[in-house]
Design a protein around this ligand. Structure first.
Ligand code: GAR
Length: 186
């Protein structure tokens, strides 16, 4: 009873994903370890993806959007009324109706504004940069644009693409839950 009461006082977040879902899982684990004090209301996906399997395993309720995804998402978010919407590899551009009505945060695997869009780790690697990293930012109507909240750099000289991917994901899993926690407390 006590734990249910305290849970209801936590800020509510909704997570949107389209792919592997490793950031989604890291966020869920952070709530269970007390690193992130938030209640995860729902995982929302826009297609069949491994994030959905993780949701089942972790006991988080899940909704997959259909063809009319933007309208459906808008209605769902209105209904859920989360304190924060967290994009974790959600590969769709959100329409202004959604961006203007909800507080939304995104993570991107490069030092924005360099290498926005898909396959950012590979883009940076193939360009030959010596330093790349991660960016966490508020979401606007652009592709990986919006005010930057947090960045962490990573030196990648001498690493293989696979090693860079591994190191970038490690940084994401460590910092995204912490940054979400600080946004919810600000
Ligand atoms: C993450 O690396 C995230 O930064 C990236 O998608 C990956 C999702 O991984 N997002 C973008 O590229 C946004 N433009 P995950 O499904 O394992 O969390």
């Amino acid at each position: 009873m006590m734990s249910r009461m305290s849970k209801s006082k936590l800020p509510n977040i909704v997570i949107l994903a389209s792919g592997n879902g490793s950031n989604f899982e890291a966020i869920v684990n952070a709530t269970r370890k007390g690193i992130l004090n938030a209640n995860i209301l729902r995982l929302i996906t826009n297609k069949k993806c491994f994030a959905e399997e993780r949701a089942k395993k972790l006991g988080i309720s899940h909704t997959r959007l259909k063809d009319n995804w933007a309208e459906e998402l808008f209605v769902l978010l209105k209904e859920l009324a989360p304190d924060l919407v967290v994009l974790a590899g959600f590969m769709k551009i959100l329409p202004s109706k959604i961006v203007n009505n909800f507080k939304i945060v995104n993570i991107h695997p490069s030092l924005l504004p360099a290498f926005p869009g898909k396959d950012a780790i590979k883009q940076a690697y193939e360009y030959g940069v010596k330093v790349t990293g991660i960016t966490i930012h508020f979401v606007d109507e652009g592709v990986d644009t919006g005010p930057i909240i947090f960045q962490k750099a990573l030196e990648i000289d001498g690493l293989t693409l696979e090693e860079v991917e591994k190191e970038i994901h490690k940084l994401e899993h460590k910092h995204y839950p912490q940054v979400i926690e600080s946004i919810l407390n600000s």
